[in-house]
Design a protein around this ligand. Structure first.
Ligand code: NAD
Ligand code: 89Y
Length: 343
């Protein structure tokens, strides 16, 4: 494909394989090179995915050979890497969490705006088929204006083996999974501006929280309750399902196990089973997450090519990261924290 945008993938760790499988499906883009501080990892993954070049230093961004960079490293590295991409004038898609705290996220957004370089957060949960369909149901007006939401992510997936950095992350659960839930809450229920939150460290030996329960106050008067845990033991495991409910003034949608939406409206009830796309590289239990990756990437490329704003631009995502910051401050203080308190 001669007209494809050429990308550099930075970070060849655990989740990057999903990125590379995803990019192989995206129309209008291809990965031309990969990069990791551990160049042997870059070489191995390049060979697995038939990518022609690999590097051990992200300064190759200066070469001007790339139309975009895909940053798939952990949050502590993001500000530096976005600054490098901005200096090289290369648009960025970057994994969540955008930064370790709200101040860093604001600086990243400022770097993006000052350089005029678009930055999109790879926030893939809203691109899961189930949530796209749920958004369509809400847009159709079938259940009316939303008033209450509940989003629940509770499982005991062994993230510590696949993502060992989480053992030592002080802001752990809210930044790892809470951020997906906060983005979903905004996607489904609208912007919010205040949070109350209680955190727990259930598993011994963690640097941060592995369970969190919070309430969001939305600007339109609705409320979302979110509960997340990596210390919730059930058989079979619920990973990676987000369950819950959205109530509107004229009906309700339940998000049930095994990707079923149960719609109650006008005195009727119907179930919609959301089927996976059946890609040959996805596998249980990760399918629902993996499936969302190429959709997220396609949104980035389509928006870039048509000069449209990303749904989850760095600027838009500041609203999500402000909620995460407010959640931590609420957990520390025992009080409701609003955006005014973050100034
Ligand atoms: P990882 O630690 O397995 O891999 C990160 C890689 O980046 C490492 O190989 C490291 O050497 C490399 N790296 C770090 N700094 C670098 C630099 N300056 N230049 C080049 N390479 C560098 O991490 P992971 O588990 O793959 O997670 C990466 C990101 O993806 C995290 O932010 C995580 O939260 C996110 N993630 C998202 C999802 C999702 O569904 N959206 C799922 C899993 C992980
Ligand atoms: O890190 C988490 C995420 O962002 O999505 C799934 C995950 O990899 C494990 O729960």
């Amino acid at each position: 494909m001669t007209d494809s945008l050429k990308g550099l993938l930075i970070g060849c760790g655990f989740f990057s394989r999903n990125h590379l499988h995803g990019w192989a499906e995206v129309d209008g883009a291809e990965i031309a090179a990969v990069c990791d501080l551990d160049v042997s990892k870059a070489q191995a993954i390049a060979q697995d995915f038939s990518i022609p070049a690999w590097h051990g230093d992200a300064s190759v961004m200066n070469a001007g050979d790339f139309d975009f960079v895909d940053i798939c490293t952990t949050m502590d590295t993001h500000e530096t890497l976005v600054a490098q991409a901005a200096a090289a004038e290369i648009p960025v898609i970057i994994q969540k969490p955008l930064g370790p705290d709200f101040a860093t996220c604001r600086r990243i957004d400022q770097i993006s705006r000052e350089a005029g370089i678009p930055v999109m957060v790879h926030e893939n949960f809203r691109f899961q088929k189930l949530f796209l369909r749920l958004r369509d149901i809400l847009d159709s007006g079938e259940i009316g204006e939303t008033s209450f939401g509940r989003l629940s992510w509770r499982n005991d997936i062994d993230v510590y083996t696949s993502q060992p950095y989480l053992l030592k992350t002080e802001r752990f659960m809210i930044m790892d999974v809470g951020i997906h839930m906060l983005d979903l809450a905004r996607f489904l229920m609208g912007d919010a501006d205040a949070v109350t939150c209680l955190n727990q460290s259930v598993k011994e030996g963690l640097a941060g929280e592995d369970a969190s329960t919070f309430l969001l106050r939305h600007k339109n008067g609705s409320v979302t309750a979110i509960d997340i845990s990596y210390a919730s033991h059930r058989t079979p495991s619920l990973f990676p399902q987000t369950l819950g409910v959205i109530e509107g003034r004229g009906g309700t949608v339940q998000i049930l196990e095994n990707e079923v939406l149960r719609v109650h409206s006008g005195g009727n009830i119907r179930d919609e089973k959301i089927e996976d796309d059946g890609r040959d590289w996805t596998s249980s239990p990760w399918t629902q997450i993996q499936d969302s990756v190429p959709r997220t990437q396609q949104h980035f490329i389509d928006s870039l090519c048509h000069g449209r704003a990303f749904q989850t631009s760095a600027e838009d995502s500041l609203q999500t990261y402000a909620l995460a910051e407010a959640a931590y401050r609420s957990a520390e203080s025992g009080r409701l924290v609003s955006f005014d308190d973050l100034e």
